[in-house]
Design a protein around this ligand. Sequence first.
Ligand SMILES: Cc1ncc(COP(=O)(O)O)c(C=O)c1O
Length: 482
Amino acid sequence: MRSDSHDFHAIIQVVNDALQSYLSESKIGEIKIGNQVPASNLADKLQVKKWISEGGLNSQNVREFLDPYLKHSQRMHHPHYIGHQVSVPHLASGVSDFIHGAINNPMAIYEMGPSAAVIEKAMVNWLLSKVGWLPHGDITEFSDIEGNGTGVFTHGGSMANLTALLAARAKVSPEAWNEGNDPDVIVIGSDVAHYSVERAISIMGMGKNNLWKVAVDKDERMIPDELEREIAAARSAGKKIMCVVANACATSTGLYDPIEQIALICQRHDVWFHVDGAHGASALLCPSEKHFMKGAELANSMIWDTHKMLRTTTLAAAVLFKDPNDMLGAFQQKGSYLFHDKENLGFDLMPYTIECTKAPLATKLFWVLAAEGEKGLSDFVQGRYEVTREMHDWFVDQEDFECPYYPEANILCFRYSKLDQSNAYQLNIRNNLVTKGNFYITSTEIANVRYLRMTVINPDTDVNHIKALAQEIRAIATGLVH
Ligand SMILES: Cc1ncc(COP(=O)(O)O)c(C=O)c1O
């Protein structure tokens, strides 16, 4: 296939047909969800070496590659996909990826992708408006208006956290960009902060021990009094607190830190507050769930993944700032130009991201919104949260299952508690389940106790699918003991 040939259109047709079958089989849910085989076997099945050395992929032979490729791909659209916090993508987001694949506009410089740049700015403004950081102006008002926040899209929450932490460091220690780190600068975060926070601190050369961890309660929520204690200890040790990072929500449990209490503590101590809303910020879209995010509007920065609860393909995350001046510091200390250079047409996002050549990530979200509308996305998030609560209530009614907490988001930990109380037993159940391939869930530890863990993120998953999961767990669990 040459990309400029007619065969391009033919190959797209063949791929489209294959994807339609793949998606409809997945959605019906009678097929295995995954098909795990050893990597070297898979390389043979995919004929990796042959294709690389000989080339020649075309519309006639593309299924020789595509069929085994799809056969050994995880079927996210299968209603028994209840695993990691990765969206089951809305196909509209895939259309956006397809267009990008054809036109490839790297839009960090406005003139290299004006449409994509405008969409990104509008999407950032839309997200800001949900946090309460766009008090003036509508989402297509792009001039700098006093009081409005700002932000940028990055490849995922890990990069977004890094970007926010860089901006926070610039505020407390502006010389660090040129001179290197002040050893007295520390970050305070939850004991169960996502690992990307610790990693960001190491990437920034601060050393991960400069993440001071705040004790959490039995459900792994940050304890506000412990935060107070940590801030006092840091101050009396002569440390400069770069920021406090809270979970909204925590990765393992889906439980929200007490955001408002933490925000008020940070305000009182004049400390930058960063909300890691990678997963849970989407509660802001739902009237019935947004109370979990109360107080986030008092923060200085927040991250929000769209490839988790906003149904886009990977990866797309927004890093948002209440004060646009704060974003200026992330990648240089000069701040010599304001949000965009008034002499140029449009706005260049390049100064605010790690990436130089930047993909039009927000366009994925735009397409989902354009297909579903705000209400559609809000209903989706709320529906997933509701199914999770319903499942919790069902599990606790069963004599052989237990849940350690009442869920707040669409993540639920539970364990089969009848025959064996060991951590190894739960892990064994999960591994057997995944090997069988009828369901996909994950597993985690809370306070050293291992649980099975589900994320209800597939729009088609309902309580009956999860009851079927419980039945399969019972069969596996019993078989493991006898
Ligand atoms: C709370 C939290 N923060 C950050 C991340 C990292 O996000 P990403 O996987 O998009 O890099 C995750 C991922 O699950 C998360 O749960």
